[in-house]
Write a new protein. Structure first.
Length: 360
């Protein structure tokens, strides 16, 4: 089967990121400080900074590496967190978020990064970049900490309802993403379900599982995984619809905060527990760092003709720098071409639909 190339393929000498400096809660100075940190980590990285030129240039003296290579693209318009996607789309060519995505479409950048409104970012990215050949819907993917290594989870809210074909495409994209960000040759992939038995779950889940079991893909399909097993780290990619995925993500984030809060309260309850805290302070700091969302920041809209990375709105400098790092890794590993290749391979060896029995 012929693999069609990506519709958008920038011809740039260095990895280039279009950065929305006005997105999120951190403020322009912190976003630019994060870009400076990323410039130190990745010396070949080049930025297009989208936002108010006077404020950007006032901050550049504090970011010497960034100043040496960055291009400033002026706009005073910002997509607010309260804006509806339809409102944001009307300013897709004039807002800092929309112009960053447009840079990718125009071949002026390999990736766009924003900490702004998720719904607006999704709508603008889909409108401007469209989906890859063979992809029906994009999916939002991110890393989740586990007892072992990080796991990729998708979809995290882009699609509340999915059919079997969507889930299979998500599995292909998630596996390609895991090979890039986790460095795995054959990631273990599972579908999120209410049980591990083949009889359980919706018809869409059963059909997707049957297709993935017979697929010739660079992954190991592990069947189903239950919600309480996500944190064990026994699978590398967890595939689900956006409704369940978003609930799973928010539950995991809330549980992490709950654990840290309960431990903090417990260690403050008496002088004896405070002494225990002093003795175990190193381990507790390591736990807090492992659960810190900033350490895993950078969700990706997979399946588009271009790379768009969503930073958490409340991310700090380190978190935003990590989101930029995710974009850098996806550029370096050419994840879009990986996805196209794997999709073509799946379709060339797709199990015969008539032979796929969905257990009732």
């Amino acid at each position: 089967m012929t693999v069609r190339p990506l519709a958008i393929k920038p011809r740039l000498d260095s990895p280039t990121i279009a950065l929305d400096v006005m997105g999120g809660d951190a403020g322009l100075a912190d976003v630019m400080a994060a870009a400076e940190v990323a410039s130190e980590r990745y010396p070949r990285l080049v930025f297009r900074l989208h936002g108010p030129e006077d404020r950007i240039r006032a901050e550049l003296p504090h970011c010497p590496r960034l100043a040496a290579t960055a291009t400033v693209v002026h706009t005073d318009e910002v997509v607010l967190g309260t804006d509806k996607p339809s409102q944001a789309l009307r300013r897709s060519r004039t807002s800092s978020m929309g112009m960053a995505i447009q840079s990718v479409k125009d071949g002026l950048a390999h990736a766009a990064v924003s900490a702004g409104n998720t719904g607006a970012l999704m709508a603008m990215a889909l409108f401007a970049l469209r989906t890859m050949p063979g992809i029906d819907r994009p999916a939002l993917a991110a890393l989740l900490p586990t007892l072992k290594n990080d796991s990729v989870v998708l979809d995290l809210g882009a699609n509340t309802e999915c059919d079997a074909e969507n889930l299979v495409q998500f599995a292909v994209m998630g596996a390609a993403f895991a090979r890039t960000v986790l460095g795995l040759e054959r990631p273990r992939v599972a579908l999120l379900n209410i049980g591990v038995e083949e009889l359980k779950g919706t018809d869409e889940l059963k059909e997707a599982a049957a297709l993935l079991r017979g697929a010739n893909l660079p992954m190991i399909f592990e069947g189903f995984v239950e919600g309480d097993k996500i944190g064990q780290g026994n699978v590398d990619v967890i595939v689900t619809d956006g409704f369940s995925g978003n609930i799973a993500l928010k539950t995991a984030e809330g549980t992490g905060r709950l654990v840290v809060g309960l431990l903090t309260a417990a260690f403050k309850s008496s002088w004896l527990t405070q002494l225990g805290y002093l003795l175990s302070r190193g381990a507790l700091r390591a736990l807090r760092a492992h659960l810190d969302p900033n350490a895993h920041n950078g969700a990706v809209f997979l399946g588009l003709n271009g790379i768009v990375v969503k930073s958490h709105g409340s991310a700090n400098v380190r978190g935003i720098a990590n989101a930029i790092g995710v974009a850098h890794d996806l550029i370096a590993d050419n994840v879009g071409e990986r996805i196209l290749h794997d999709l073509a391979n799946f379709r060339a060896h797709r199990p015969d639909t008539s032979a796929v029995e969905v257990a009732k």
